[in-house]
Structures are given as structure tokens and as C-alpha cells.
Design a protein around this ligand. Structure first.
Ligand SMILES: Cc1cc2nc3c(=O)[nH]c(=O)nc-3n(C[C@H](O)[C@H](O)[C@H](O)COP(=O)(O)O)c2cc1C
Ligand code: SF4
Length: 358
């Protein structure tokens, strides 16, 4: 199966294309000072020990401590770096490459925040915060960094004409809206080498054509891998939020989707596949792919290069091993509200099998 074939990007070889999507398992609190807690590291270790996962992208780590609440992790200090290193070592011991996902705090998908009030000097500082966290990720031994530009969080709001109405250099047109991302990417490129990749997780920003243009610009700025996710809700695509009513907005209806009715995947995969046709760098696809079989079809079609799974790995720590035996394997019950957004102990699969221990 292609999903089990290796892939090399620059100097980094991934043993296969199976990816653990960045996912914060709520219920595992952070350790002191927003470091990774031992339990949270154990959560990953339990999955990694199957030794058949190509890439782990960590849950989002904040580049600044504001709003680090709700169990959030940060990657700002040496202590935080040292704890990340424990996770990096666990990944490498099991032959898995690891990217640290970094992002600036915002209320994200809970409501729109205006980005128009940010002062130029604040934005310069925010650029530097991203670059600093990426540098710590490299020092911790990560194989790359993933810039969080999706899911209606901070950079997604900056990139979108729906939420960015600025008239200065950080708005006005596509180049302006992407200025923040451009400066962050270029700042990281100053120390990134062929062993440290830059991956950008982009949420959709407005219409599909604008999203394709945005992705092309990100490639031009020098990212090595493109990862798709959902984005700003007023776009022409449907948000896959059955799993979290907090972000299931009224007004987001199936009617406005541009994805053909018989397309066997959701709008996130569709968007990623359309963007892939316009890029020459590898693309990570995610969202409701559920099984290796469905991931394999996307790879065979040339719609993407890596296949990421979030809830399947939450529902079963041995998802990858069972899928190798049975590519149609799926254990997630696709609950209307995924318990992992609040307390994983309530996930019916965790209730069945008990607490995950490495
Ligand atoms: C509990 C939970 C936490 C998540 N945390 C993050 C996160 O930290 N960063 C991120 O970019 N996406 C996050 N996501 C989104 C996932 O990466 C993924 O895009 C989404 O779950 C769809 O993939 P799936 O259908 O395989 O679950 C999270 C998803 C879940 C269910
Ligand atoms: S079984 Fe339900 S709670 Fe558990 S991971 Fe799947 S959607 Fe989330």
C-alpha cells in the first residue's frame, strides 16, 4: 500500500505516510509552567510504540503565554523545550518523525476576533515569538515545525479577507494579508536546514480560488509541506463540526458547499486535493478519512502525500497496527460531540478499554 511507503522531503525520510494529526487530548492537563505533562507524553508514547507511524504532529503549543489556559502548552522557555525533547526522543525511538505545532493564542473557532486592532509593533513581536518557538523546536530535536494557520485561529483570521480589513501592510490584498505568515516563514528559514522542515497548516480563507492562490504564495515563501484544515466559516465550504457543537454555527449549511454531492470525502479533503494540483511540495490531507483504505485511495489519485488521522488514533491507540491488518478498520464512533474536546475519559472507547498507559 502506498500509505505504508516511505517518503523523503529534503533530508527527512518518513517511514510511511501515516500521520497523527495535531490534536490536543483535553483532559490531560499541562505540567508546571505549561510544559507537557507526563500523562500527555504517555498518551503519545502509547500510540508511538506500534512503531508504524511516519509522522507525529504535536498538539498546538502557544508561542506566547497569554490565554495559555484550558490546559494549553507553550513553547517559549527552556523548561518547555526540555519537556518537548522527552516527546521527541519517544518519537525517534519508535522511528517516527515529529513536528511541533506552534500558534498564537486566540479564541479560535469559538468566535471571530477582529485582527484589525493589532498594532504594527505587536505584530512584529508576534512574528518573533513564532520564530523563537520554532527555534526551540529545532533545538529540542524536532524534524520540523508546523505553523498553525487554520481552524479560525490567529493566522487564519489574518489570512482571510473575511476577517482582515486592515489597510496597512498587513492587509489590503493577498500579499498584505499574508505578510505576517510570510515574515514568520522567512524568519524560520534563516536557521532551518534540510533536516528541519517548515510545514504550514492552512485553513480555508474565503473562496477556493483565493485559497489556491494563498497556498501558492506560502509555497513561494519557502514552506516544505502544506497541510490543509478547515477555516473561516463564511467561506464557500462546509465545516465538519458534527464532532463539536461548540463550533457548529447556525448559518453553516450544506447548501453552500461547492463540493460535488457524490464526493466521498468532506470539504477539507476536497480543498486539499484541489490545492495539491497547484503545488509542487507534498500535501497532508486530513478530516474524516477514518480508514487506511480511504486514505490509500487519495494517495493513489495523487490528491495528497501524507494521510493524517486524529479521532481514529484517539479512539484506538493501536489504530495503525490494526489498520495494517485490515485497511477498512475503524473504531471511532463519530460521536456528535467528541469527548476528547472536553474530557477524554468520557470517550466511549476509553470507557471500554480503560485509561491509556504507555
Ligand atoms: C480533541 C481534538 C483536539 C484537536 N486539537 C487540535 C490542535 O491542537 N491543533 C490543530 O491544528 N487541530 C486540532 N484538532 C483538529 C484535528 O487535527 C483534525 O483536523 C480533525 O480532528 C479532523 O480529523 P479526524 O477526522 O481524523 O478526527 C483537534 C481535533 C480534536 C478532535
Ligand atoms: S469514539 Fe466518540 S469520543 Fe471517542 S474519539 Fe471517536 S468521536 Fe471522539
Amino acid at each position: 500500500m502506498k500509505i505504508l511507503e516511505p517518503i523523503t522531503v529534503k533530508n527527512v525520510t518518513f517511514k510511511n505516510r501515516v500521520t497523527i494529526a495535531p490534536s490536543h487530548p483535553y483532559g490531560y492537563g499541562p505540567g508546571p509552567d505549561h510544559t507537557f505533562s507526563d500523562d500527555n507524553i504517555d498518551y503519545y508514547r502509547r500510540r508511538l510504540k506500534n512503531q508504524n507511524i511516519g509522522l507525529l504532529i504535536t498538539q498546538r503549543m502557544q508561542v506566547q503565554s497569554r490565554d495559555a489556559g484550558r490546559g494549553n502548552f507553550a513553547l517559549i522557555s527552556q523548561d518547555q523545550k526540555e519537556k518537548l525533547k522527552v516527546l521527541v526522543d519517544a518519537a525517534h525511538e519508535n522511528g517516527t518523525k515529529i513536528f511541533a505545532q506552534i500558534g498564537f493564542p486566540s479564541t479560535g473557532h469559538h468566535r471571530h476576533e477582529s485582527v484589525d486592532f493589532w498594532r504594527r509593533e505587536d505584530l512584529k513581536a508576534i512574528e518573533e515569538m513564532h520564530v523563537h518557538s520554532a527555534r526551540l523546536a529545532k533545538e529540542a530535536g524536532c524534524d520540523g515545525v508546523e505553523i498553525h494557520g487554520c481552524n479560525m485561529f490567529f493566522l487564519n483570521l489574518f489570512n482571510s479577507p473575511i476577517t482582515n480589513h486592515r489597510i496597512d501592510e498587513y492587509g489590503g490584498n493577498l500579499e498584505g494579508r499574508l505578510k505576517l505568515s510570510e515574515n514568520i516563514i522567512k524568519g524560520i528559514k534563516e536557521f532551518a536546514d534540510d533536516n528541519f522542515l517548515i510545514d504550514y497548516r492552512m485553513g480555508w480563507n474565503s473562496d477556493l480560488q483565493t485559497d489556491i492562490e494563498t497556498a501558492k504564495k506560502l509555497e513561494e515563501f519557502g514552506i516544505d509541506i502544506f497541510h490543509i484544515s478547515y477555516g473561516v466559516r463564511e467561506s464557500d465550504r462546509y465545516m465538519p463540526f458534527d464532532f463539536n457543537p461548540v463550533i457548529a454555527y447556525p448559518g453553516t449549511t450544506r447548501e453552500k458547499q461547492i463540493v460535488p454531492a457524490d464526493y466521498p470525502y468532506g470539504d477539507v479533503v476536497y480543498t486539499g486535493a484541489q490545492i495539491k494540483k497547484n503545488l509542487s511540495i507534498p500535501v497532508i490531507l486530513v478530516d474524516e478519512i477514518w480508514t487506511y483504505e480511504r486514505g490509500e485511495k487519495l494517495l493513489e489519485n495523487g490528491d495528497g502525500d501524507f494521510i493524517a488521522y486524529s479521532r481514529p488514533f484517539m479512539a484506538d491507540p493501536d489504530f495503525s497496527t490494526k489498520s495494517e491488518v485490515n485497511p477498512g478498520y475503524s473504531n471511532c464512533l463519530k460521536c456528535v460531540e467528541c469527548a476528547w474536546f472536553s474530557d477524554f475519559h468520557k470517550c466511549p472507547r476509553v470507557l471500554q478499554r480503560g485509561f491509556d498507559k504507555a
